[in-house]
Design a protein around this ligand. Structure first.
Ligand SMILES: C[S@@+](CC[C@H](N)C(=O)[O-])C[C@H]1O[C@@H](n2cnc3c(N)ncnc32)[C@H](O)[C@@H]1O
Length: 408
């Protein structure tokens, strides 16, 4: 029987954080994958396990790429064992290897979700022992082969999780800064902003430079997981290493060409805090995009805004007043953000603000007609599109900063 790795297409479920699915669906279409459904935290497509290699290397906004093995009705935990002991796991798993089982369960008969995960493990172990004379080791570490159970009501689905550790960890974060965004969210913000990857990109208040690095990688067409060493699909017994070699080589070529084409692209990052700037510099170096990003240590209102004939983009992620910052002083900061964006708009930039404290933004007079909702971890955030300062906020800003004129 041929290896299932290259030859058996199945449903793919690609997971993401809430709000990100439209950007993820666009990424899939751009990679010529069909999009059959867009849900709150996932997008459905179709492909082989070899296709999953490509998706794992290239998707910027995804967390995991799941390959569907079985969908069935399950009312009780035992139904899961009975169904899964009949799945030919020996075609996918190595009896000398190791696997883990993760789950998402919403079923009224289940109080402890460890139990259904245990049923999956037992079914796999028994099937493998019967088929090969040996069972693989299992545990909770997501370092090797990963299986995922999704069980809602009486409908259960079992997937091979081809990713393992979430794709949002790119591996370039050499130094941690305060309140960093997840890389996959930073990429989603940039893709949602409509930046063309060519015009100048501004990222004051850059913290550890997550947004700036993602912008550089998008401009250079650098696959985000190009240098990642471990993916769960590598631990499947049916894994075809030539698929990874081929996809990596193609992604390396795209990056070489992309970096050449983007040689003139300029990304301007800055932060007022010297530790954040040090973290940003270390991260940008680890992400190998020093040439594309200029980093300044300065106040937001001193950040560079170069002239541009093409429409540039500015994305700001100010403190929210929770983990960092004092809410009273932050009112001035949000006013400054509005003033910066007005100056940038006058110089041909679209402006976006991601905030976990939209009430503070509104109280500071930062008003907008359009915003989208994203989540930074569990925190609901608003991504404000071209917000403008209210008249009273402009007057207040001008009293504090008589030397700075805000364009009309
Ligand atoms: C929420 S953090 C940004 C995190 C960043 N997006 C990341 O992923 O690492 C906000 C940043 O704004 C910076 N900041 C606060 N007030 C500022 C100001 N007036 N000018 C420039 N930067 C400022 C802080 O030093 C902090 O690094």
């Amino acid at each position: 029987m041929p290896s299932p790795f290259n030859s058996e297409p199945s449903k793919l479920v690609i997971t993401c954080s809430p709000g990100v699915a439209p950007a993820l669906a666009r990424e899939l279409s751009d990679l010529s994958f069909p999009v059959s459904d867009v849900r709150e935290t996932s997008v459905e497509s179709e492909g082989t396990l070899a296709d999953c290699v490509r998706l794992n290397l290239r998707l910027r906004t995804a967390h995991r790429v799941l390959y569907a093995l079985d969908v069935f009705r399950a009312r009780r935990c035992d139904d899961i064992y009975d169904e899964l002991v009949a799945v030919p796991w020996e075609r996918y798993l190595d009896s000398h290897g190791y696997f883990s089982v993760d789950r998402s369960v919403e079923n009224p008969t289940v109080r402890n979700t460890n139990l259904p995960a245990l049923k999956v493990k037992d079914a796999i172990a028994d099937r493998m022992r019967n088929a090969t004379g040996r069972r693989p080791d299992s545990g909770n570490e997501r370092t090797d082969a990963c299986i995922f159970l999704h069980w809602v009501g009486d409908r259960a689905s079992v997937y091979i999780d081809t990713t393992g550790q979430s794709l949002s960890f790119r591996g370039y974060r050499a130094v941690s800064s305060e309140a960093p965004l997840r890389e996959s969210l930073a990429a989603a913000l940039i893709l949602s902003s409509g930046w063309d990857g060519r015009a100048p990109f501004l990222n004051p208040m850059c913290g550890g430079a997550t947004i700036a690095v993602e912008a550089a990688w998008i401009a250079q067409n650098r696959a985000p997981a190009l240098r990642r060493e471990n993916f769960a699909f590598m631990h499947l017994s049916c894994f075809d290493p030539s698929a990874l070699t081929r996809e990596r080589a193609a992604a390396e070529r795209d990056w070489t060409e992309g970096a050449r084409d983007a040689a003139h692209v300029r990304i301007f990052a800055s932060d007022i805090d010297s530790e954040a700037v040090a973290a940003a510099r270390a991260n940008v170096e680890a992400a190998q995009c020093e040439g594309a990003i200029r980093i300044d240590e300065c106040d937001l209102l001193r950040s560079p805004i170069p002239e541009t004939p093409e429409r540039g983009v500015a994305i700001l992620n100010p403190p929210y007043g929770g983990r960092i910052g004092d809410p009273v002083r932050l009112r001035d900061t949000y006013e400054d953000v509005g003033a910066f964006l007005a100056i940038a708009a006058d110089a041909n930039y679209d402006g976006f603000v991601l905030t976990g404290n939209p009430d503070l933004a509104e109280a500071a007079g930062l008003l907008c007609e359009r915003s989208r909702t994203f989540f930074s971890g569990a925190l609901e955030c608003k991504f404000l599109e071209n917000p403008v300062l209210s008249q009273s906020a402009r007057r207040r800003f001008s009293r504090r900063n008589p030397d700075i004129t805000i364009p009309k």
